[in-house]
Design a protein around this ligand. Structure first.
Ligand code: PDD
Length: 278
């Protein structure tokens, strides 16, 4: 279980970075989480495209060429067939001599990547769904950047856990943005909808896959703003993320969603997704 750090594959105990690293001091960096099943990455290119977009938004240069990323990531998950794993990768602005928000020229980025097993979904989830809470979106206004500054997400997951829930669904000015670590779909009035891409939320790769699957299989959907009231009155709510796939939400702030069981449209989407990832 070697990890990748700045050009070398090393055992975790041998991987060291400076306390002056800007990722450590400022949360000055970006990341990706890329799933792989049976030795094959799901959505590798879209994930690397999004990494490029996050790097550009943070005015960081790409530290590796696309082909080098692919080589590193493949080596981390080992030869197929391998267990289901995700690769976490992060790029920080690097280690500078002083703690200065303004980074001097010539600092080399710190590049880290490692693979970890993806926990299989508990069978109870397809039977019972998961619980969520809601909370105002207290994050900054650039949710489209996959930044390692995750203070709000950490707090929101804590709030959720304290309420025996899995995830916090956030809203801004009465409109649903996304989960702390996931995107949100809603089925209401017979329509499948998800908030449109904007700077306020991450353009999830799983979200995009679910929309593509819906499109290819004749499930109608709309990308449109979703009011908090619509969320509360929804027949179905789903979460999507690379490590959690598409999950049915059956309790929201302690109330049942629909009849309190995973809905028919979720079952359809989950079947499509399971088929697609295999
Ligand atoms: N989180 N929105 C936020 C804020 C996220 O952090 C994530 C993913 C998503 C879903 O994006 P994707 O489908 O591309 O995984 C949406 C990852 C998994 C994490 O931070 O661990």
């Amino acid at each position: 279980n070697e990890l990748y750090l700045n050009g070398a594959f090393v055992p975790p105990e041998a991987a060291h970075i400076s306390v002056m690293d800007r990722g450590f001091l400022f949360g000055d960096g970006v990341y990706e989480v890329i799933p792989s099943y049976g030795g094959h990455f799901l959505g590798l290119e879209p994930h690397l495209d999004r990494l490029d977009a996050s790097l550009a938004a943070m005015r960081l240069d790409a530290p590796l060429a696309r082909e080098d990323w692919r080589t590193v990531l493949r080596r981390l998950i080992g030869e197929p067939p391998a267990a289901d794993q995700y690769v976490y990768l992060q790029v920080t602005r690097g280690t500078a001599p002083e703690r200065d928000h303004l980074c001097p020229e010539g600092v080399r980025p710190t590049v880290l990547a490692f693979a970890k097993p993806i926990k299989p979904r508990a069978p109870a989830i397809a039977e019972q769904g998961v619980a969520c809470i809601t909370h105002p979106d207290i994050r900054w206004l650039r949710g489209d950047i996959k930044s390692i500054s995750l203070a709000a997400a950490v707090l929101m997951r804590r709030e959720a856990a304290d309420a025996d829930a899995l995830e916090t669904i956030m809203h801004r000015d009465g409109w649903v943005t996304e989960g702390a670590v996931s995107n949100v779909f809603v089925v209401a009035g017979g329509a499948l909808m998800t908030p449109p891409k904007s700077r306020l939320l991450l353009s999830g790769i799983t979200r995009e896959m679910a929309l593509t699957l819906a499109h290819e299989h004749g499930l109608e959907f709309v990308e449109r703003p979703v009011a908090l009231d619509t969320l509360r009155a929804a027949d179905e709510i789903w979460l999507s993320s690379s490590t959690r796939e598409v999950l049915p939400v059956t309790r929201l702030d302690g109330e049942l969603v629909g009849d309190g069981r995973p809905g028919p449209l979720w079952r359809r989407m989950d079947a499509l997704y399971q088929d697609y990832k295999a």
